[in-house]
Design a protein around this ligand. Sequence first.
Ligand SMILES: Cc1cc2nc3c(=O)[nH]c(=O)nc-3n(C[C@H](O)[C@H](O)[C@H](O)COP(=O)(O)OP(=O)(O)OC[C@H]3O[C@@H](n4cnc5c(N)ncnc54)[C@H](O)[C@@H]3O)c2cc1C
Length: 448
Amino acid sequence: MASTMIGKQALVIGAGMAGLTAAGALAHGFDHVVVLERDTLPSEPTHRAGTPQARHVHGLLLSGQRALSELFPGFEQDLARAGAVPLRAGLDIRVERPGYDPFPQRDLGWSGYAASRPAIERTVRRRVEGLANVTLRQRCRVKEILASPNAAMVTGVRYEDDDGASETMAADLVVDASGRGALTLALLQSIGRPLPEETTIGIDLSYATCIFAIPNDAPTDWKGVMTFGEAPRDSSGALMLPLEGNRWMVTVGHHGDVLPSDAEGFLAFAQSLRTQTIYNAIRHSKRLDGVARYGFPESVRRHFERLDGFPRGLLPIGDAICRFNPVYGQGMSVAALEASLLKRLLERPGQTSDPIAGLAPTFFSEMQALIETPWSVAMLDFVFPDTRGQRPADFETMLRFGIALTRLAAEDPAVHRLTMEVQHLLKPRSVYRDPNLMQRVFARMAEA
Ligand SMILES: Cc1cc2nc3c(=O)[nH]c(=O)nc-3n(C[C@H](O)[C@H](O)[C@H](O)COP(=O)(O)OP(=O)(O)OC[C@H]3O[C@@H](n4cnc5c(N)ncnc54)[C@H](O)[C@@H]3O)c2cc1C
């Protein structure tokens, strides 16, 4: 292993999904990897303060599951052992969208898993804890990324340990997986470098989530439900997924005002959805928790790839680069795909004498292909008139194309499968440019 190492020590800020998967990748390129996390990391799959979003539904796409299995072979079996519920794609989730209540349920030939975010993260963390050259240090809050006196390279971080003492740690590479990426931006600012341009899609999404015991008389024709409102008039929707421990997690949301924090208000919102499937399932079910809420103002994409030069030894990853409207369930999977890309870059035979200097620019450039499809999914929010940001010029055509494609997918299992493969980020959106498919979609558009 030592002959392929490109540095002695890598340091990861944050033990969320991006930090843990990055640590798994970096273990292949550095003698030693240290992960510094500000939280106490629970030994059980329970909540912690640093990831408040973990109280809400966290769907894992098949691309994310596969990337996690590539980084940690046997990951899917670990997830199953942790109690994750297997789901047949296309069959086990009842999808309700205007005109299709429900969308045809058919087995598309692959399985995924549903579990709580703490259970998914705990499963990954166990695998990272098992890596001989990775150390996870909890209750260490990074305060600052440190640069060399000439500001050309990053040399390590300053952090506060458990006792509040200020410490420094040197590293050949610092990976910022802190979610917000504020430390990276602060460093760029402090050394007089430009900040990356940002593209934002403002949605002011309000989320509320409750957990219920699955009753004995639960419907048997689905394991979960996804309900969409009538866009562009109604942005309300809900996702109910099964969790480990025979539970349902129900997240409801809309663009706009904060949702109620009490159980009655939660049920009333569920009842006000376009369909009653979720309300009927939970109205007599035992509630196991209070109502958790979350406000998500905007999807953000930072264009690090457009920067002219970047400090050697620094790499932001995960949400620090791109945060997506969570409704589409893409963040964890994109983080795992980015970590897989990082691993491939570390394993690629060195083309320069200083592979660490080349790492961030190559990563920023190659991850664009990976971000393109999930970002174009996040752009669907422009269907709502109050969405802020730069609406693509051809958005109306995109929408009409999407509606016609959905109609074809409802009729033709092969097209259904293809759209699910794109949704699960197994294939890029560009597969829709297949001439034969485009001809069929355009014919539907003309009919409409
Ligand atoms: C409401 C909501 C629902 C979501 N639902 C889904 C979903 O269904 N499917 C999906 O795939 N994704 C979903 N996401 C997105 C997903 O949570 C993230 O994209 C994913 O976890 C990757 O995030 P990350 O690891 O980059 O950051 P985070 O998960 O935010 O982790 C950052 C970590 O860094 C630590 N940290 C922060 N600052 C410091 C510091 N200074 N020093 C040390 N440690 C620090 C934090 O404590 C935390 O552990 C959702 C997000 C939200 C907000």
